[in-house]
Design a protein around this ligand. Structure first.
Ligand code: SAH
Length: 347
């Protein structure tokens, strides 16, 4: 493991350098029409108080990104049908006036929305395929009622053809996920190929079907939700160690990709997770800029890191982590070196 981590860190140094790009994360809505078995804001969780930020709140958070000299913001949400095309287009245009790069992470939308938002100035789209095992994916991420399942990998290819930098990734340790599944996930990062790779441990949320394995037995989960049947020794553990291993392997297989050390990693190892991820292949951090009163409502999993810290406090703590490991905040937009290289090769 140690030599794997050392190799990943040296490839990170060689291909993307010592800069750590900071992306301001703005969780713009926790409304969601989906019913993912793992996610705390799934539509059937009636305990969630729902919110959608106003345009002013989103622009206020984006202004903080400018103040802190972040090169970009990530606008993330549940799959919220109430996020209307024109409303989002207007917000994208306003944020572009601030000079920031924009990543959208709004779930599955129509191609038309993707194209309109790209034209309005959105630069990147983040859509995890969650697992490359189609049976496991269909079970944990059921299609909308009366709709065909969506192929997220095909969607990523279309997003690229519309001109987006594309980001994806998986959860590590989903119940029913085998080591072979995970190895295939990592191989897929390289074949797609991805510009950004965000992975984190699966963290159980008690108000979700997967989080209730204590009350639902494994057999019931299989029967009720169609989870694949695997033998216990094949199950990937949802540990910090496994997450670091995936980050390191992602760096080794995709040396030029932007790889964040995700909030889930910083949550499972609250003390060292962020720094260790950055020392084992990651080169991006996404400090949370969501106004503090909404923070705890975007509870995709419990005990999310930095939930009670203001944007200023989070920013300070990220800078402190960077100082401790001898790294520097990124300058500029932090475009993907993988994307730039592909562009160069095509000329
Ligand atoms: N609605 C958007 C954004 C989802 S939240 C979409 O579906 O793309 C961003 C990511 O959080 C998800 O893609 C998933 O990988 C992760 N996530 C959700 N619930 C989680 C949990 N319980 N544990 C760990 N990660 C989780």
């Amino acid at each position: 493991m140690q030599s794997l981590f050392v190799q990943a860190d040296s490839l990170r140094q060689e291909h993307v350098g010592d800069q750590v790009h900071l992306r301001g994360l703005i969780e713009i809505s926790n409304n969601c029409r989906r019913n993912c078995l793992y996610c705390g804001i799934r539509t059937e969780n009636r305990n969630v108080e729902r919110y959608r930020l106003s345009k002013e709140e989103i622009l206020g958070a984006a202004q903080k990104a400018v103040d802190f000299q972040y090169g970009s913001v990530v606008l993330q949400a549940g799959e919220d049908g109430g996020i209307e095309t024109d409303w989002m287009t207007d917000i994208i245009r306003e944020i572009k006036k601030l000079g920031l790069a924009i990543t959208l992470s709004l779930g599955e939308r129509d191609d038309r929305d993707f194209q309109i938002w790209r034209k309005a100035g959105a630069d990147r789209y983040l859509l995890r395929f969650e697992t490359s095992n189609p049976k496991l994916f269909a079970a944990i991420h059921p299609p909308l009622p009366n709709r065909e399942p969506v192929d997220r990998i095909a969607m990523l290819h279309r997003l690229r053809s519309f001109g987006y930098e594309i980001g994806s990734g998986v959860m590590i340790g989903i119940p029913g996920q085998t080591f072979l599944d995970l190895a295939q996930d990592i191989a897929l990062f390289q074949t797609i190929p991805l510009d950004m790779i965000g992975c984190g441990p699966y963290l159980p949320h008690p108000q979700t079907p997967l989080g209730q394995v204590a009350t639902f037995s494994q057999a019931e989960l299989r029967e009720k939700y169609g989870l694949p049947e695997i033998s216990p020794e094949d199950q990937v553990p949802a540990t910090a160690e496994m997450a670091f291993k995936v980050i390191a392997l992602a760096r080794i297989t995709c040396p030029k990709a932007n790889i964040p050390c995700t909030t889930a990693v910083a949550t499972i190892d609250a003390k060292e997770g962020r720094k260790l991820g950055l020392q084992r292949g990651a080169n991006v951090v996404m400090p949370n800029l969501t106004p503090i009163k909404y923070r705890k409502l975007y509870e995709i999993y419990p005990n999310k890191a930095a939930i009670y810290l203001t944007a200023e406090q989070t920013h300070e703590s990220v800078l402190q982590s960077l100082r401790e490991i001898g790294r520097i905040p990124g300058q500029g937009r932090g475009d993907s070196a993988a994307m730039l290289e592909r562009r160069q090769n095509s000329f």
